[in-house]
Design a protein around this ligand. Structure first.
Ligand SMILES: NC(=O)c1ccc[n+]([C@@H]2O[C@H](COP(=O)([O-])OP(=O)(O)OC[C@H]3O[C@@H](n4cnc5c(N)ncnc54)[C@H](O)[C@@H]3O)[C@@H](O)[C@H]2O)c1
Length: 199
């Protein structure tokens, strides 16, 4: 069975991705400290296929042991202080989560020669800062103007450079505004509509 790790797995994107992994027959470990994510986002997922760790990705010993023990095929790095405003309020704590924790994961893969099929790092359109060019392209000028954007850009470079230097298959994607209903929100709306109709 294909084995996935999703950091930030109880968040918006991570929980939807976990549901998709399960739907496609894979199994997945989710690491999330629930600072922003919610257990209710993942509670409905098949427990035989989903293992949830309420842990911080800044716990390097925990992450290293998990990576060595589980032999993940695919690693999706979504765990982050995902708010630009919070990164401005707490730049160093953001850096520990948004950059150092990701380097620790890359370094563990390198040091222990872990056989990962692909590691994906979730970067952000925030790296373009106030650059007015539209539409943005991969080659557009980078003007990271917040701790969030700086760490996203550095981490994507780390992911790609570890790929080139140490032959680890990595990719970085710059998400723009990801939106849409989560399953839990859809269920809440359904319950609300049902109770409104019967009231
Ligand atoms: N949603 C968007 O529009 C968007 C745009 C650009 C980039 N991104 C990036 O995509 C990723 C997922 O975004 P999202 O919208 O699902 O955000 P989200 O806040 O819902 O998910 C991020 C998750 O990371 C978790 N997290 C934070 N610190 C952690 C830590 N120390 N250890 C473990 N988990 C921790 C949070 O609890 C949360 O569940 C993030 O890296 C974000 O920066 C999102």
């Amino acid at each position: 069975m294909v084995n996935y790790l999703i950091t930030g797995g109880a968040g918006f994107i991570g929980s939807n991705l976990a549901a998709e992994v399960v739907k496609r027959g894979g199994k997945v470990s989710l690491v999330d400290d629930l600072s922003m994510g919610k257990e209710e986002n993942i509670i409905h997922l098949n427990k035989k296929r989903v293992t949830f760790y309420k842990k911080s990705i800044t716990d390097h010993d925990f992450m290293t042991n998990l990576l060595i023990k589980e032999h993940f095929d695919y690693i999706i790095l979504l765990g982050a202080v995902a708010s630009v405003a919070n990164s401005v309020r707490m730049p160093y704590e953001t850096h520990e989560v948004n950059q150092e924790a990701n380097i620790n994961i890359l370094e563990t893969i390198r040091k222990f020669g872990l056989n990962v099929k692909k590691l994906l790092f979730a970067s952000s359109a925030a790296v373009y800062g106030n650059n007015p060019q539209q539409p943005k392209k991969e080659g557009s000028a980078i003007e990271p103007g917040t701790p969030y954007a700086i760490d996203k850009f550095a981490s994507e470079r780390y992911a790609l450079t570890y790929g080139e230097l140490y032959q680890i298959p990595t990719v970085a994607t710059r998400f723009f505004n990801v939106y849409g209903p989560s399953k839990i929100q859809i269920r809440r709306i359904q319950v609300f509509c049902q109770s409104s109709l019967t009231a």
